[in-house]
Design a protein. Structure first.
Length: 274
């Protein structure tokens, strides 16, 4: 990756609303200027014009382009080429060939592959390994739509089994290829408690970041990814104790081996932002 910050809180911003660009960038860790679903077909051209005229920090900006094979894909790539932005999110990535198409159009860019269809999720392992991919993200609503379903969540707000499987599959594919994984958006803007619970689970499971669709969600996501002081103290004390141990040892009444030490290192990486 070329040094771009990917989270912990990414915020989508419709690319046809340039008056929101600056605020979205200020209120998030990374802004995603969206040329795809957030923009109506009639506004695509004006969205590309606004993108071309913008000048946000390239190290904190991602551009979501339309899927490979659509008429808008080539036009989106033309617009991106005229900017300083070097990280793109490819909507509905379905194969490593899709990733190669982005590289052919834009050269040496970082690609966030958005696996949000059945084909994309099934091919997530190959996609993650493709040259240029820096992160994977998954999406629930487009996935279920690609299956002919009507909802990714049960009435109580919990994900249905198929969405949970896709979430896990994309996370595992990213991890196996040493790529970052970004958790999907939480669409109920008013339910911050539900967002907090989902973001907490994302952190514990190994996601590096979570995407937001409203500025009001950013603080909740950031709080979830920031370790509490007690966890930081535990991690530091555990790693200090490990310096005088060889192999498996007992700490505070608990068996400690290398996976537990890696958990502790993960906590401290979130403190440093690394």
């Amino acid at each position: 990756m070329s040094g771009i910050v990917l989270g912990p809180a990414l915020l989508f911003c419709p690319a046809d609303r340039p008056e929101r660009y600056g605020k979205a960038a200020e209120r998030s860790d990374t802004v995603i200027l969206d040329l795809e679903d957030a923009v109506a077909p009639a506004a695509k051209a004006s969205a590309r014009e606004a993108l071309a005229a913008s000048a946000l920090d390239p190290e904190r900006t991602v551009v979501r382009v339309n899927p490979v094979g659509t008429p808008d894909f080539a036009l989106d790539c033309d617009a991106v080429r005229g900017t300083s932005y070097r990280t793109v999110m490819l909507a509905k990535t379905e194969s490593s060939d899709d990733v190669a198409a982005v590289r052919a159009a834009l050269g040496d860019v970082d690609i966030v592959a958005l696996c949000e269809t059945a084909r994309g999720v099934v091919n997530a392992v190959d996609i993650a390994r493709a040259d240029g991919v820096s992160a994977l993200m998954w999406g629930a609503e487009d996935l279920v739509a690609s299956l002919g379903g009507t909802s990714s969540r049960r009435p109580d707000g919990a994900y249905r089994a198929v969405a949970l499987q896709a979430r896990s599959q994309v996370l595992l594919a990213a991890g196996a290829a040493d790529r970052l994984a970004i958790d999907a958006v939480y669409v109920d803007i008013s339910d911050l408690d539900g967002l907090a619970a989902e973001a907490d689970d994302a952190v514990a499971s190994g996601f590096a970041a979570k995407a937001c669709i409203h500025p009001g969600q950013v603080a909740t996501v950031r709080a979830a990814f920031a370790p509490v002081e007690a966890d930081v103290q535990w991690a530091r004390a555990l790693l200090a104790a490990a310096e005088n141990e060889r192999g498996v040892f007992t700490y505070d009444g608990r068996m400690v081996d290398e996976p537990i030490l890696r958990h502790a290192r993960s906590v401290l990486r979130r403190v440093s932002g690394g």
